[in-house]
Design a protein around this ligand. Structure first.
Ligand code: ATP
Length: 375
C-alpha cells in the first residue's frame, strides 16, 4: 500500500482550469473521499494520480517518491470508473480477471488461483452468478459492481474509485458501501474515493476533502466537515436540508452585536462569536452585513421565549419524518429557515402557528459570502 501526496497540483485542459493548486496527503491505508459538486475537478484529480492525464504544474508522490512524470502502467494503481469501462466482447469473468493477467504485474497465476481470486471478490460483492454473462446482458447497477470487482480483484498500492456506487439502488448502495468499508479494513487499502454525495463521503471516509471549482474548500474528518464547515460552500454541500444560510445586517448597540434578518427577526450574537462575526462582515451600500449559518438540528424551537436569544416566527410547513419533525419558517421573502425537532417535542404543531426560535450558540457560524443564495 502506498501513501499518496499531491503538492501544488494544477491542471488545465487547454485554457480551462480544472484543478488549482491542490495539495493533500492520503496516508497509507487511509480512506479519503473527494467530495464536490459536478465539474469541481474530482475525476481530474484521480486521473492525475493514475497518470491518465498529465499535471500542468505541481507534483504527485507515492511513498515519498516523485511519480509526476511516470506513465500510468508504471504506477501500481487500480481504478473504477463511474462509466464502467468494461470490455464488451469479454465475459464478466474475463473482465474481472483481466488485471490479474496483465504481464506488468507479473502475477502468473494458475487458472485455479485466478478463479479463486475472481470468485472471492465476486462472492464478496454478491455478483458471482453473473460470471458467464457479457456486459450487454447486465443492468447498469450490475455493470457497476462488475467494474468495482475488477478494480478490487488485484492488490494495488492505491485504489482510485470514481463514483463507484452511483448507479446502484438505495439498498444496494448501502450494502456495497458497507462492503467497501470492510474491504478497506481487511486489506489496509489506500483508497481515494470520489463522490458528489455527502452521505457516502461521511459514512466511508477517514478524511474528506471538499472540492469546489478546482480548489480545496476544506479538509477534515467527517465530523469536522459536518459540524464545523469552513465556509458557506461546505455548509450548503453537506446535510439534508443543507445548512441554513441567512444574510443579515449587523448592528452594534452598547458593545452588543445583533444581526437583523428582516422584519422583527434579529439574532443576538453571543460574545464568544463576536471575533468570528467581525472576520466575516462585509460592507454593501454603506451597511454592514454578515452571513449566518446554522444546521437545522441546532435551531431551537419552543412555545415560549428561549432566554434572551429567541425571536418569534410563524410555521410555514411541517414535514413529519421517522423520528423528527422538519419545520420550515419563512424569515422574509424567499428566505426560509429549517428546524429539525424530535417528534413529540411540539405535539400538534401546525402551519400558521407562531413559535419561538433560537440558535444554539455553540453551533452558530458566521461566514464570508462565497456562494450565491437562491432567492
Ligand atoms: P462530475 O462530478 O460531473 O464527474 P468532476 O468534479 O469529476 O465532475 P471533472 O470531470 O474533473 O469534474 O471536470 C472538471 C472540469 O474540467 C469541468 O469543467 C470539465 O468540464 C472540465 N474537463 C474535464 N475533462 C476535460 C477534458 N478532457 N477537456 C476539457 N475539459 C475537461
Amino acid at each position: 500500500m502506498a501513501e499518496v501526496r499531491l503538492e501544488g497540483v494544477t491542471k488545465y485542459y487547454g485554457r480551462k482550469k480544472a484543478v488549482e493548486n491542490v495539495s493533500f496527503l492520503c496516508k497509507e491505508g487511509e480512506f479519503v473521499s473527494i467530495l464536490g459538486p459536478t465539474g469541481a475537478g474530482k475525476t481530474t484529480i484521480l486521473k492525475l494520480i493514475a497518470g491518465i492525464e498529465e499535471v500542468t504544474a505541481g507534483q504527485v508522490f507515492f511513498n515519498g517518491r516523485d511519480i509526476t512524470h511516470l506513465p500510468p502502467q508504471e504506477r501500481n494503481v487500480s481504478m473504477a470508473f463511474e462509466t464502467y469501462n468494461l470490455y464488451p466482447h469479454m465475459s464478466v469473468y474475463d473482465n474481472i480477471a483481466f488485471p490479474l493477467r496483465a504481464p506488468r504485474w507479473g502475477l502468473k497465476l494458475s487458472p485455479a488461483e485466478e478463479r479463486q481470486k475472481v470468485e472471492e471478490i465476486t462472492g464478496f460483492l454478491g455478483i458471482k452468478e453473473l460470471l458467464e454473462r457479457l456486459p450487454q446482458q447486465l443492468s447498469g447497477g450490475q455493470k457497476q459492481r462488475v467494474s468495482l470487482a475488477r478494480a478490487l480483484v488485484r492488490r494495488a498500492e492505491v485504489y482510485l474509485l470514481d463514483e463507484p456506487i452511483a448507479h446502484l439502488d438505495a439498498r444496494l448502495k448501502f450494502t456495497t458501501r458497507s462492503l467497501l468499508k470492510e474491504f478497506a479494513e481487511k486489506y489496509g487499502a489506500t483508497i481515494i474515493y470520489v463522490t458528489h454525495d455527502y452521505r457516502e463521503a461521511l459514512a466511508l471516509s477517514d478524511r474528506v476533502i471538499v472540492l469546489g471549482r478546482g480548489r480545496i474548500e476544506q479538509e477534515g474528518t467527517p465530523k469536522e466537515i459536518y459540524y464545523s464547515p469552513a465556509s458557506d460552500f461546505v455548509g450548503r454541500l453537506v446535510g439534508e436540508p443543507p445548512m441554513n444560510l441567512l444574510d443579515g445586517e449587523v448592528e452594534e448597540k452598547g458593545g452588543a452585536y445583533w444581526v437583523h434578518l428582516g422584519g422583527e427577526t434579529k439574532v443576538r450574537v453571543p460574545e464568544t462569536l463576536v471575533p468570528s462575526l467581525k472576520k466575516a462582515v462585509y460592507t454593501e451600500k454603506g451597511r454592514e452585513g454578515v452571513r449566518l449559518g446554522i444546521r437545522s438540528e441546532f435551531v431551537q424551537v419552543e412555545r415560549h421565549p428561549i432566554a434572551e436569544y429567541s425571536f418569534p416566527l410563524t410555521v410555514y410547513a411541517v414535514v413529519r419524518e421517522a423520528e423528527n419533525v422538519l419545520l420550515t419558517f419563512l424569515v422574509r421573502d424567499n428566505t426560509f429557515l429549517y428546524a429539525r425537532v424530535e417528534r413529540g417535542r411540539l405535539p400538534d404543531c401546525k402551519v400558521g402557528e407562531k413559535l419561538w426560535v433560537g440558535f444554539d450558540p455553540d453551533n452558530l457560524f458566521f461566514f464570508p459570502r462565497t456562494v450565491k443564495l437562491k432567492s
